[in-house]
Ligand binder design. Structure first.
Ligand SMILES: NC(=O)c1ccc[n+]([C@@H]2O[C@H](COP(=O)([O-])OP(=O)(O)OC[C@H]3O[C@@H](n4cnc5c(N)ncnc54)[C@H](OP(=O)(O)O)[C@@H]3O)[C@@H](O)[C@H]2O)c1
Length: 223
């Protein structure tokens, strides 16, 4: 399993404002870069708060990239994986559309009735963990669904858990030349935060893009 995280953030490390609503941080050529990343993966993963805040489709925009995938025998769009302990994803969320496969990671706290409802709408459901999704066992179960290569697009709560479990292999960050501020505004990694055993990454590449920069990191072992 390879897990890559990609986010867009401000100079001060915020991925949205304190309103926790969708905010355009990247420019057009960075959107194209993210489209290419989506085109290379088996699945795009987000936390349920991102679904509730942004209502994304998580599809590939460039038709050439989609048809290239089809030529390689892959689905035109990657699967969408939602990390959603009790099934709070709205029935009318755009990720529930039929353009791509939708896999919902739930926990033991999800009502059986809700799981059946989500299945009835065409989603694949995977239950792991008691109250929250256990990301380590979920990753193993995802392999059984043919998912080997995941692009995580946020938000900060999900990314923190993945970092904590040592599950992030690559991290790509677009930094826009803006300040968002706000102690309640989400950052790249929220959760409880680390006080030791800080996950560490090697900087592989720096690229200017639009009016910001893209930093490419690879995981290194904890020191
Ligand atoms: N700039 C960017 O690139 C970017 C990208 C994406 C999102 N965003 C922004 O990020 C914000 C949303 O991020 P967020 O940090 O609030 O939420 P999030 O990471 O999108 O979702 C977190 C939710 O996932 C569920 N979850 C289930 N199991 C989990 C586990 N083991 N670890 C972590 N989460 C688990 C929890 O809800 P349940 O308990 O209900 O399951 C949790 O509240 C929005 O404002 C959005 O606009 C920005």
């Amino acid at each position: 399993m390879r897990v890559s995280v990609n986010v867009a953030m401000s100079i001060d490390g915020k991925i949205a404002s304190s309103l926790r609503e969708q905010l355009v941080i990247s420019g057009p050529s960075d959107f194209d870069r993210v489209d290419s990343l989506r085109a290379q993966c088996d699945a795009v993963m987000v936390g349920v708060q991102t679904i509730l805040a942004d209502d994304p489709k998580l599809l590939i925009h460039d038709e050439v990239l989609s048809s290239d995938r089809a030529d390689r025998g892959m689905p035109a769009h990657p699967a969408r994986i939602l990390v959603d302990s009790v099934g709070r994803t709205p029935n009318n969320a755009q990720v529930m559309g039929k353009d791509a496969r939708t896999i919902i990671l739930l926990s033991g706290a999800a009502e059986e009735e809700r799981i059946q409802e989500l299945k009835g709408m065409g989603a694949t459901t995977i239950v792991s963990g008691e109250k929250r999704v256990d990301m380590e066992s979920a990753m193993t179960l995802l392999k059984g669904e043919g998912i080997e290569n995941i692009l995580v697009e946020g938000g900060g709560e999900l990314i923190f858990t993945l970092m904590e479990k040592g599950l992030v292999d690559e991290l790509t960050v677009y930094i826009a030349p803006m300040i968002i501020g706000g102690r309640g505004a989400p950052t790249l990694a929220d959760g409880e935060g680390f006080i030791d055993k800080f996950p560490r990454f090697s900087l592989m590449k720096v690229q200017e893009k639009d009016d910001g920069i893209v930093l490419y990191f690879k995981k290194i072992l904890n020191k």
